[in-house]
Ligand binder design. Structure first.
Ligand code: ATP
Ligand code: MG
Length: 584
């Protein structure tokens, strides 16, 4: 059926919506693909629904190709399974919760590990049943702290989530690799530029995890990548390179060679930058924040811990929490400092912490033998030449300092580059967290019971649409790749003579040839019709206008802007190849 703009439920807007900050949000609203209902909650209008379905069809085809079986679970879920996995508590305020008329607790599913595990447990009991991959394309709910950027971060959004159930780790690795390849094919077909980066597993539990990131200025994720292609990681997961020579000081045996630790009077300058400035102006030195050692006091399950990172860096909170999980990490607050006068706020240093009953965790960048300026544990005093291993000893090493552009690649040492990106997919090796909590075991060949191991894999179906828009739109509007465009050809009739009837005929013939057509039969001025065609972003625009007197139509490529004249008689043959093969 030809889609006619005269009756299509569509109103394009000339103005950007007031709440939109990023291009995809502005354009998807202006071009009539989505409409806002509430913060992070959108309706899909006809053009948007077509794109959503096209993306879902590609995801479905590639999941089927790796043997995934589609199911559909409810979004409204009872509390108990989430209680058994503890996510009822761990998920925190992001989980939408509600009660039924009897006062029983429910949630709106943020992901479905628990329910899928229980589903499999209900049906399967033998090793012969595995491996198994189940997936669904479904609406998810998360009460995001900052729902913004339109459908990039919705509170209601569409996700493809799949779950693999495997007998052992080697089998799990195969399912993971299958998903990794399927995701690459999905994002290739969507026309996305993307990177696969190392990711943090976070609250999901589990070990290996990678994200698929679509570079875009509007993205909320930051990743580092090596210009040689050796390494790429979300900053949350970026590994430190082995300590640089600078950290190990100039001499072969810095511990023996460094001058003795020395007290510095630094009145009223508790901050790193203030100390650096104070010391440089007094001694004419060229010290930088990187020469300072930050000593950050935290509580780990209530017990005091000093975390050490170079002064030009911070502790990456999520990474630190992940390193210590399941322990609960909190920063020292007013009351903690008040209770511990021996831990001087702004002047803390690692020396003598053991005697104070404080554990010291040093970032890997604080290499043995490196010398630092740090707090003296006395108000208004710092020390210099505090040498790791000589003047203080760490109880443990952690990789928790923030990475910075120019840091060496952990594989080859080249300076890392920073980029912004949108996370479009995420694959996890989950392990046995959920199968243990919910007791999913199968009997082996010898009759013994084995706890199943799992993987979980997500694609942001709705978010991917915004990512494509971010990467392909131009000043005039959206610019869809053929694979997901709401139509293959946008036929625009301009003129009141033969043109409307000729456009109708052409549209009907194209449809008959398998090309999906959006027909602008509104009879509006050329300026308005062309502006709308550019805004809507169908890849090929055919103008049935003035040139019709010569028996020709104009064919415009939306992306390049190239125009050429084609005899009307040849148009169907020429255009029948522009559609996405196999979509219909
Ligand atoms: P983010 O870090 O962006 O919050 P996440 O790590 O919470 O993402 P997952 O739980 O791994 O995301 O979900 C799988 C996929 O679902 C993500 O890769 C992303 O593409 C998509 N997604 C997650 N949250 C949202 C959201 N609020 N709106 C739209 N898509 C989302
Ligand atoms: Mg999230």
């Amino acid at each position: 059926m030809v889609m006619r703009m005269s009756t299509l439920f569509l109103r394009t807007l000339r103005e950007d919506p007031a709440d939109a900050e990023v291009p995809s949000h502005k354009l998807l609203v202006r071009a009539g693909y989505i409409r806002r209902i509430a913060a992070g909650i959108y309706s899909w209008l006809p053009l948007g629904k077509l794109v959503l379905d096209n993306v879902a069809a590609i995801v479905r085809a590639e999941m089927d190709a790796i043997g995934g079986q589609e199911v559909l679970l409810p979004a409204l879920l009872p509390r108990e399974p989430y209680e058994l996995s503890r996510r009822w508590y761990d998920y925190g305020p992001e989980m939408f919760r509600l009660q039924d008329r009897r006062g029983a607790d429910y949630c709106l599913g943020p992901t479905h590990e628990e329910m899928m595990t229980l589903l499999v447990k209900g049906e399967y009991s033998s090793y012969k049943d595995l491996p198994l991959t189940l997936y669904q394309i479904q609406t998810k709910y998360r009460d995001e702290r900052r729902p913004r950027s339109g459908i990039i971060r919705g509170r209601e959004f569409v996700m493809k989530d799949s779950y693999s159930f495997n007998l052992d780790d080697a089998d799990q690795q195969r399912s993971y690799d299958d998903h990794r390849r399927a995701y690459a094919r999905i994002f290739d077909r969507l026309g996305l530029d993307y990177r696969i980066v190392a990711a943090m597993s976070g609250a999901m539990g589990g070990s290996r995890s990678e994200e698929f990131l679509a570079p875009a200025a509007a993205g909320e994720d930051t990743f580092v990548s090596c210009p040689n292609g050796d390494y790429a990681a979300n900053v949350e997961a970026a590994e430190a390179a082995p300590p640089s020579p600078r950290d190990q000081a100039d001499s072969a045996d810095p511990v023996a060679d460094a001058p003795p630790m020395e007290d510095l009077h630094t009145p009223g300058v508790p901050g790193i930058d203030a100390v650096v400035e104070h010391l440089n102006t007094r001694s004419g030195g060229a010290m930088s924040a990187a020469d300072m050692l930050k000593t950050i006091l935290v509580k780990v399950d209530g017990a005091p811990v000093a975390v050490l990172v170079p002064g030009d860096r911070d502790v990456h909170e999520e990474r630190f929490a992940a390193a210590l999980t399941p322990a609960v990490v909190e920063l020292f607050d007013e009351a903690d400092f008040a209770a511990r006068p021996d831990l001087v706020r702004g002047y803390a240093g690692p020396q003598g912490m053991a005697g104070r009953g404080v554990r010291v965790l040093a970032d890997v960048r604080v290499a043995p033998g490196s010398a630092w300026v740090t707090g003296a544990n006395v108000a208004d005093h710092h020390v210099r030449y505090a040498v790791a291993g000589r003047d203080f000893v760490a109880d443990g090493t952690v990789d928790v300092a923030t990475v910075a552009a120019g840091d060496p690649c952990p594989r080859c040492g080249a300076p890392l580059e920073f980029g912004r990106a949108i996370e479009i997919g995420h694959i996890f090796q989950l392990g046995r967290k959920y199968t243990t909590a919910l007791d999913l075991r199968v009997s082996g060949a010898d009759g013994t019971l084995t706890t199943v191991t799992m993987g979980s894999y997500g694609v942001g179906v709705s978010r991917a649409i915004a990512a494509v828009a971010e990467q392909t739109a131009d000043a005039a509007g959206l610019c869809w790749p053929a694979a997901i465009a709401p139509a293959d050809v946008h036929v625009v009739a301009v003129g009141k003579k033969e043109q409307p009837a000729a456009a109708e005929r052409l549209a009907a013939e194209l449809e008959a040839a398998g090309v999906r057509v959006l027909l602008d039969d509104r009879g509006l001025s050329a300026g308005v019709a062309f502006a709308d065609a550019d805004l809507i972003g169908v890849p090929t625009i055919v103008i049935v206008g003035k040139s019709l007197v010569d028996g020709e139509v104009e064919v415009k490529d939306r992306r390049s802007g190239d125009r050429r004249r084609v005899p009307l008689a040849d148009a169907v043959a020429e255009l029948s190849s522009v559609g996405e093969p196999g979509r219909r």
